[in-house]
Write a protein that binds this ligand. Structure first.
Ligand SMILES: [Zn+2]
Length: 430
């Protein structure tokens, strides 16, 4: 049992905060009230904002190792070099790349991520997820069409075998869940898209894919099928409330309506979209049409960012400039997308809110920062002027994994040392 006194509880409707005490028992919020007392470990969190654990719903963690050397390249060159670097990694290098990404997410108050990863060295990858200590939904980015000479294609049967291998070994184990993860229609035959959806439906899993990210790739799908990419996925019957679609840029108005009707979730990754000059998805229009949207940092090779609060700021600003309307994606809506919508997209019914009965995934955020000063504007200032670095403590299932900005179970200095050793070798290979 843990009693946290004097936190500031956020209200995303009014964008205000109110002081409260939180009692945590068996990994859940047992009581929340202005004044609580209990005979147990007590923590005074005066001046700290309590923020629900955030969900990053589109990531490729291993790319934490390729942040930097792939900056400012055109997308064709970028994809070739990124994949060549990735295939050159050893099991040990995969482990540290994934651990580096996961620790950054946790450090910024993200307690659940949705990972598209790859099969070589999968044991090392999963070990990194488990050691990091956050919730990971993951699957192998399956592809059976070679978009370039660095793509490794896998048959439909083999993709299913890999998905089954993951499911049997790790689904529901600790904080892990597995998913069915075709890379996207430009890289997958209809047979593969459909087979993995069936696999996911039979087991109640998340189905996670890229949608209409590149203009050229979206055009290619139209040439093959006569349909837009979202129309094609609807035609294949793979869109439903358990489908997560990263990017979703090159869509028609009627395709946006399709996403709303099918309840599929869009993972908005604005840093990648801007940095790779993919284009700007019409998120404000999607939200208006009733599409469910969460945020994703994507891989750092493209976004250079694991700070999900910063991602939401980028997302809000991008929509304001795209629509020439400063009222779209207001702060309260961004916080909901970061927490409730993101967690629901991953199938968590009891995460994304600080409420009695919910699992105690949350962070304590410093409000005494020079850049966010003004205790009447904590929420808007954190989103628009602050950063994830203000997160002081992070709790997953009631357990404190970050305390005063430091990991309770990781020696970050050692992780950085290992990563620097790997990066020196990797950059020489690249
Ligand atoms: Zn991606």
């Amino acid at each position: 049992m843990l009693l946290i006194k004097n936190v500031l509880l956020p209200d995303f409707d009014t964008l205000t905060t109110a002081p409260a005490d939180l009692l945590i028992e068996n990994g859940r919020f047992a009581a929340i009230a202005p004044q609580l007392s209990a005979q147990c470990e007590t923590l005074d969190a005066h001046g700290m904002l309590a923020l629900p654990g955030m969900a990053d719903i589109h990531t490729h963690m291993v790319q934490s190792l390729t942040k930097g050397p792939l900056d400012d390249m055109n997308i064709t060159q970028w994809l070739q070099k990124m994949l060549a670097a990735q295939w050159s990694l050893t099991a040990d290098e995969w482990y540290y790349g994934v651990l580096l990404g996961c620790l950054q997410s946790l450090r910024y108050g993200v307690t659940a991520v949705n990972e598209m990863t790859y099969f070589p060295h999968i044991d090392a990858v999963v070990q990194a997820y488990q050691d990091a200590g956050l919730r990971v939904t993951f699957g192998i980015g399956a592809t059976d069409i070679a978009e370039n000479d660095q793509i490794k294609v896998t048959s439909v049967d083999e993709c299913l075998r890999q998905a089954e291998y993951l499911y049997d070994r790790w689904h529901g184990k600790g904080l892990l869940r597995t998913a069915a993860v075709p890379q996207g229609r430009p890289a997958c035959t209809p047979e593969l898209m459909v087979a993995l959806k069936q696999f996911a439906r039979e087991r109640g899993l998340v189905y996670h894919t890229h949608l209409a990210e590149g203009k050229a790739e979206t055009e290619r799908v139209r040439q093959w099928t006569g349909r837009g990419e979202a129309e094609e996925l609807a035609h294949l019957g793979v869109l439903d409330e358990n489908t997560i679609l990263a990017h979703s840029i090159w869509l028609s108005d009627s395709e946006i309506d399709l996403l709303a009707q099918t309840k599929a979730v869009v993972a908005h990754c604005p840093s990648t979209n801007m940095k790779l000059s993919d284009g700007a998805p019409r998120i404000a229009q999607m939200l208006n049409a009733g599409v469910r949207v969460g945020f994703g940092c994507d891989g750092e090779a493209s976004s250079a960012n694991r700070d999900l609060l910063r991602e939401a700021r980028h997302g809000s600003y991008l929509q304001k400039v795209l629509t020439l309307d400063p009222t779209v994606l207001p702060a309260g809506q961004c916080y909901r997308m970061l927490t409730e919508t993101g967690m629901a997209a991953l199938g968590y019914r009891d995460l994304g809110k600080i409420a009695v009965g919910y699992q105690a995934d949350f962070s304590l955020v410093r409000t005494d920062d020079l850049s966010t000063v003004n205790h009447r504007r904590i929420l808007t200032n954190l989103l628009y002027a602050g950063s994830g670095s203000q997160v002081a403590s992070v709790f997953v299932r009631g357990r404190r994994v970050v305390r005063n900005g430091r990991f309770t179970e990781h020696d970050v200095g050692r992780v950085l040392e290992q990563c620097e050793r790997i990066l020196a070798k990797l950059e020489a290979r690249m």
